[in-house]
Design a protein around this ligand. Structure first.
Ligand code: E4P
Length: 217
């Protein structure tokens, strides 16, 4: 499973990339707002840190506008992945851009039929939003499972990018179901390493080691 980080915070991205944990980055207009930076400058800096796909989202809602913005965003770096909303215009732009060899992430997916359309439009990634479905008392993981089945039934190559992840358990469940990628907020990504028995075990080993009076090297 590939790990993308879901943020436009350059400091966090640099830190996680240095740990060797990042396969890509996803941003959206809300994350750009949170970063406080200009979309072109922030995205350019992110692309200089991470070599994998960096999703940058269009804000136009019509096909021509999306294509215009996609052309501008594509010029930022070679690893830009154009993020398009799951609308008819978004799907039309997806088909045009992927036919032209561009990476496309179709976002705001909340149903299996939407995911089916995105695959037919040639999307590189489909982003089902788990957390936002959970917020409405609908199990987001069921959607991931449905999309996995449909894509496997027809051998679609579109990668399932589990998005709107809020917990460590979301990552585990998405991995078990077979999502290709998870885009994870920085704090949740770092929390994946945590286990109280690891901390306790390490403390015991270090305390016993101190009693031996030895050193290594
Ligand atoms: C996906 O690419 C989105 O940026 C993101 O996962 C949305 O998450 P949220 O529902 O926590 O805003």
């Amino acid at each position: 499973m590939k790990f993308f980080v879901d943020t436009a915070d350059v400091k966090e991205i640099r830190e996680l990339n240095d740990l060797g944990l990042l396969d890509g980055v996803t941003t959206n207009p809300s994350l750009i707002l949170k970063s406080g930076g200009n979309i072109t400058e922030v995205t350019k800096e992110i692309c200089s840190i991470v070599s994998g796909p960096v999703s940058a989202e269009v804000v136009a809602t019509d096909y021509d506008g999306m294509m215009r913005e996609a052309a501008v965003l594509s010029k930022i770096a070679d690893n830009i992945c154009i993020k398009l909303p799951l609308t008819l215009d978004g799907l039309k732009a997806c088909k045009a851009l992927t036919s032209d060899g561009r990476l496309v992430n179709v976002t705001l997916c909340f149903s299996a039929t939407q995911a089916l359309l995105a695959a037919k439009a040639g999307a590189t990634f489909i982003s089902p939003f788990i957390g936002r479905l959970d917020d409405m008392a609908i199990d987001g993981m069921d959607l991931i499972a449905e999309i996995r089945t449909i894509y496997d039934n027809f051998d679609f190559k579109t990668e399932i990018l589990a998005a709107s992840i809020r917990t460590v358990n979301h990552v585990k469940q998405a991995a078990l179901i077979g999502a290709d990628v998870a885009t994870i907020p920085p704090a949740t990504l770092k929390a994946l390493v945590k286990h109280p028995l690891t901390d306790k075990g390490l403390q015991t080993f270090l305390a016993d080691w101190a009693k031996t009076g030895q050193s290594i090297g």
